[in-house]
Ligand binder design. Structure first.
Ligand SMILES: *Cc1c(COP(=O)(O)O)cnc(C)c1O
Length: 387
């Protein structure tokens, strides 16, 4: 079982007496004991027996085990959403007086947790830009910097951060490095190979891949995951066994899905790059991407997201969305169905122009999550909407 495609398919909860082939779903809140001694031992952590699904559940464990294998991690813990994996990691690993260093290009809700909630608990933060050099990262480190948190590629700007460089800076300064690997998935990029201590995911996106359930997971160093597990089992952001079952089945097809998402996205990016209605287009595996040389160093392919800036700004962005016939207008990504979104009028509408500009969200920015429909049907819908 050395290959990840095989692990994503063959890691499975031990077969029950029913001799099922497909994995069963353990939709149960709690688990039974044969006698008082077994129950005592489980509560005393002397056995691995399941007690209660807020602590552990076989369906959730199966999904976690697959993610641990795919990311090359030591341990993992699955959560109810990507944001509970992110916030649970922060709450478990940071304490009053610590400093968190991140990049200003991060997912909106992650920014809210860092900038609005962590300071309530006496935790400082600061950001560098996505173009920060090694010297910039080193200069941003404070004596109390406990954690570096980053996302690459970033959502929605598709910036690429150099995992080798930041991994080295974190290691040399004994700082925990957490990478949000949501956009790439472990099929495309393995942050642990570059020095990440922990990897977090919104399983809601490509891991599910069909827009059905919310989920999250954090994997990485055993002792760090243990702290996160102990925090979460007391505070309760447990992944539903139903969602875990769906997600575990999804991982069986992750490899083939991601390959097709990426080849469709590359095709769309190449075909649209010189379109007269488009000012600039970003795709990590096009030579025109500002961080192309970093992308090809750390990613297997360019992923499933293409971004472009329309000539004509905000109005052009809204018009484009209204003219689409097939692509969905919805607040998700990483689905079999292609999705178009316009951050300036939706997810990032509350920011000022200057704040948006600082994270490269221009008024006419369109983000396409390229689905698994035929590549020409996706392209033709975009082209007719650009006309
Ligand atoms: C969606 C997303 C999250 C949050 O995940 P949820 O499952 O929605 O809680 C975190 N990071 C990135 C990059 C995302 O795209």
């Amino acid at each position: 079982m050395s290959h990840q495609q095989t692990q994503a398919i063959r890691i499975q909860t031990e077969r029950t007496n029913e001799m099922e082939h497909s994995t069963p779903m353990f939709l149960t809140s709690s688990f039974c004991f044969d006698n008082a001694e077994e129950m005592r031992a489980a509560f005393a952590d002397e056995s691995d027996d399941n007690i209660y699904s807020r602590f552990s559940n076989p369906s959730v464990q199966e999904f976690t085990d697959k993610m641990v294998a795919l990311e090359g991690a030591e341990a993992g813990y699955a959560t109810a959403s990507g944001m509970s994996a992110v916030s649970g990691s922060f709450m478990a690993l940071l304490k009053q007086g610590d400093h968190l260093l991140s990049c200003n290009s991060i997912f909106g809700s992650t920014h809210t947790v860092i900038a609005k909630y962590l300071p309530k608990f006496g935790i400082e933060y600061s950001y560098v830009s996505a173009n920060a050099t090694e010297a910039d990262w080193i200069a941003a480190i404070r004596p109390n910097t406990k954690l570096i948190y980053l996302e690459t590629p970033t959502n929605p700007g598709l910036e690429i951060l150099d995992l080798v460089m930041i991994g080295k800076v974190a290691k040399e300064n004994k700082i925990i490095l957490i990478v949000d690997n949501c956009f790439a998935t472990p099929v495309n990029q393995k942050p642990i190979d570059f020095g990440a201590d922990l990897v977090v995911h919104s399983a809601t996106k490509w891991l599910d891949g069909q827009g059905r359930v919310l989920g999250g997971v954090v994997v990485g160093k055993k002792e760090l995951v243990k702290d996160i597990y102990l925090f979460c089992r007391s505070t309760g952001p447990a992944l539903s066994p139903f969602n875990a079952w769906v997600l575990s089945k999804s991982l069986e097809t992750l490899d083939v899905r991601m390959e097709r998402h990426a080849s469709n996205a590359l095709y769309i990016a190449q075909q649209l790059e010189n379109h007269p209605a488009i000012q600039t287009l970003r795709y990590p595996f096009l030579a025109s991407h500002p961080h192309h040389s970093i992308a090809i160093k750390q990613m297997q392919n360019g992923g499933g997201i293409v971004c472009f800036e329309l000539k004509g700004g905000l109005d052009a962005g809204k018009k484009f969305l209204n003219k689409l016939k097939m692509l969905s207008m919805t607040a998700n990504l990483g689905d079999t169905r292609s999705i178009a979104s316009h951050p300036a009028s939706t997810t990032h509408a509350k920011l000022s122009d200057a704040e948006r500009a600082a994270v490269n969200i221009t008024p006419g920015l369109i983000r396409i999550s390229v689905g698994l429909e035929h590549k020409d049907d996706i392209l033709n819908d975009i082209i007719q909407a650009l006309a």
